[in-house]
Design a protein. Sequence first.
Length: 264
Amino acid sequence: MKAYNHQSFTIPAALTALLLISAHPAAANQWYVGGSVGYTMQSDSSNEGATGDFTTGNGSPVVPTGTQISAGTPYGWDTSFDGGLGLAAEVGWMHESGLRLGLEFTYSGNDVDTHDNVNVAGTVIDGVDAAVLTGSPNQLGATVGQVVADARGDISSTGLFANAYYDFNRSNAFYPYVGAGIGIMNVNVKFDPSGVDIIDDSETKFAYQLKAGVGYHVTEQIDVFGEYAFRGSEDINVQNDLFPGDLDVENQQHVVSVGIRYTF
């Protein structure tokens, strides 16, 4: 009779313990690793810079051959990008309070969609023969706008971020979270429309990101998640290879991703 009573007590107690464990899959002070793959939408960039001293080519009749452009003359153009790939890997630590801290490595790459509105000293020169920027005395038979519309090139970045998150209602199967991070991004910019090498340079700058997502406990140790991140850096300053000058390229992106996280 004692054996029966002992067994009848043990089975419900074990079931209760199992239910409690499954209801609280994220125990206190756990380490985790995770990774994600996503779709990156690179924001349009209004590229702005200043020239060095140079002599124009044959842009007649708008810009005659041999026109002197003084150092410091403002110039720029607009660039839009295609959607691209985003990857991330993170190692971190989580606390039962919902706080989570992580160190994240990121990568993104986006091809150029189009360049337009090329301007020098505030004047748009899309309709001027492209020789104006090459120094050639002979016209090329293609306008600046036609050359840049070919839009070859890309922008790619690698980043390292220190992130802080807060997981809401982590004891539930589904739990939303928010996060933010600061770090650095090394951004490589390559603009070579119609095969003309204009920009091929990189720079490392301070960067930031904001995040929001939803996680799901698959098992006690494995979570899957869907996430949105807004990520950006200070403008990337690159050198112009076509004529003397530098250019500031804006770098902001929206990333939608899915991933998996394993806790130890």
